[in-house]
Design a protein around this ligand. Sequence first.
Ligand code: SAM
Length: 270
Amino acid sequence: MRERRCGPAFTRHMTSSRNRARLSSKVRHAVRRPEPILPHARRPARDTWLRLRARDHVGYYRAVMRSDTSRNPYGAVGTPRHERWLALGRMQFDYLLEHGLRPQDRMLEIGCGNLRAGRLFIDYLDVGNYYGIDISPDILFAAQETPVREKLQEKMPHLTPVRDLRPDFLPDGHFTVIHAHSVFSHSPLEVIDECLAHVGRVMAPEGFFDFTFNETTGVEHHVLHEDFYYRAETLIARAEARGLVARVMEDRRRTGHKQSKIRVTHPGRG
Ligand SMILES: C[S@@+](CC[C@H](N)C(=O)[O-])C[C@H]1O[C@@H](n2cnc3c(N)ncnc32)[C@H](O)[C@@H]1O
C-alpha cells in the first residue's frame, strides 16, 4: 500500500560504494532537516505498539487504518496525493472492464477503502449492484463521502464494516464479480486462507474473484507485518485446497503493474 523503499532488493542495491556516498549525503541532509523523516521513524514504533495491543492481525490492521485515516484517508489507502488516488482507481476499473465486468454484474469489493475504484464501479454498475466491505469503520466513514461528492447516491451503494473475512450475512452464489485490490498484500496467509474458504460460497457459479498480491519469486516475507510478499504458487495452492481454480493474470505481469493478480473461479466455469 505504501510506497516503501526498503526490502532485500533495496538493501543489496545499497552495497555499492557509489550508493554508500549517496546514503551519507542523505544522512547529512536528514540531520540538517529532520522534519520530513520523523514520521517514517515514528511509524515502526507506532506499529509495534498497535500490534502488541491487538488480538489478531485484523485487529492490528484496523488500528493502523484508524490511525492513518485520522491523518489522511487518501494516504490510508496508499495514495496521499489526490491525482494518484484517482489514477489507481482508474487503473483498477479499466483492467476489470477489459476483463469481463458488465453493468449487470453483482459486485463484492473486499477491502473497498474510501472507494478509490469503488466510485467508478458504482457509477458503471446497475443500481444496487455494488457491495463494499471493509474491516475499518473509519475508512468506511470516509468512503461514505465519496458517493455524496460524486452524486452517486441514486446508485444505492452498500458499504458494510466486517469483523473478519467470514461474510456469513451475505447470500450463497450471489456475486458475479468479487474484487480485492491491495488487500492480500497486507494480509498474512491465515487471513487469505479464511477469505478463500468463504469466497466460494458467495460467488455465483459463473462468477470470478480477482485479487492482487505482492509477488516474490524468492523467499516469502513481510515488512513490519503490513506488507506481505508471496509466491504465486502458494496462493494458487490455497485456492485449490478450497475446491476453487486459480490462475495468474499474465497480461498484468507483462504490463509491469506493481502488484500481480490472480483470478479464482469455480471448477468447470467456461
Ligand atoms: C490499501 S487499501 C486498498 C483499498 C481499496 N481496495 C483500493 O484499492 O482503494 C487496503 C484496504 O483493505 C482493508 N482490509 C485489510 N484487510 C482486510 C480484510 N481482512 N478484510 C477486509 N478489508 C481489509 C483495509 O482496511 C483497507 O481499506
